[in-house]
Design a protein. Structure first.
Length: 276
């Protein structure tokens, strides 16, 4: 039995998921795949998808009254941040001081979560590859979260990919800017690579296929390889060759380094603003 399975087996009480959209739904699917029984789970969502609703036949409780859930060991908050304050009173009614509250809402600091929901709070930032089990989530725990609860949070978050823990919540703005928003930067790379291919004479369909497969394949190589991204880049680059000519542009003045530094700084700044 793995450490994650042990942690989930040690949960005494129900796991309640508030918000079963794309990210919340991906987490729910991951928990079921890890062997969590559907009848130990409950979902609060005003408009659950047909896929989520179909799980009621397996014992999943959908929008139960507070008294029908029993002891709530874990509340996972996956609602949209702008909807949270309206939903908070209903959620707080299900939370005890000992309840582990895990939030995956962007820009919502622990202090606001604790004030609105109570419980012992873990703030987490996943990213969209979680939908296929290849996400990365960064988490930070409130000081009173005990080791067992942290292990439970780690196991629940790990259902959609890898998990990294930090000790300073102030770093979550940078995390949001790098991994939270990062998939959009990669998709933009594929988009612009295809556009550049068309400008070089390729048909739009062929340029799009080449760009998508190149970005996807390179990402998979990076994932599987023990080599650094710098080493992998150098392995593709022959001195004086075609790749070197392109990299002279991409790594030159106004290229990737200053551009991405500015982009990540802008995202981090906006994350700070949203937390106010």
């Amino acid at each position: 039995m793995t450490t994650s399975t042990n942690a989930l087996a040690n949960i005494s009480g129900s796991i309640v998921l508030a918000g079963a959209g794309k990210m919340g739904g991906a987490m729910l699917t991951g928990w079921l795949a890890q062997g969590v029984a559907a009848d130990r789970l409950a979902v609060i969502d005003p408009m659950p998808s047909d896929e989520i609703a179909s799980l009621a036949a397996k014992g999943l409780r959908i929008n139960p009254a507070p008294g029908e859930i029993g002891d709530v060991a874990v509340l996972v908050v996956a609602v949209k941040p702008q909807m949270f304050l309206d939903a908070a009173p209903q959620l707080r009614a299900r939370v005890k001081p000992s309840t582990l509250v895990i939030s995956i809402m962007a820009g919502m600091p622990i202090a606001k979560l604790s004030q609105a929901c109570g419980g012992k709070v873990v703030r987490a930032m996943p990213n969209t590859p979680a939908a296929i089990g290849r996400g990365v989530t960064v988490a930070v725990a409130e000081a009173d979260v005990d080791p067992q609860q942290r292990a439970i949070a780690d196991a629940l978050l790990r259902a959609t990919g890898s998990v990294e823990w930090i000790g300073d919540e102030a770093l979550m703005d940078a995390v949001t800017a790098v991994s939270g928003s990062g998939p959009a930067y990669v998709f933009l790379l594929a988009e612009e690579l295809a556009r550049a291919g068309v400008a070089a004479g390729l048909s739009p369909d062929l340029a799009t296929r080449l760009a998508r497969e190149t970005v996807a394949g390179s990402g998979e190589l990076l994932y599987r390889s023990d080599l650094s991204s710098e080493t992998l880049r150098k392995n593709v680059t022959s001195p004086g060759g075609t790749t070197a000519a392109a990299l002279d542009v991409l790594m030159g003045p106004g290229g990737f380094e200053p551009l991405l530094t500015r982009a990540v700084a802008a995202a981090a700044k906006r994350s700070k603003e949203l937390a106010k």
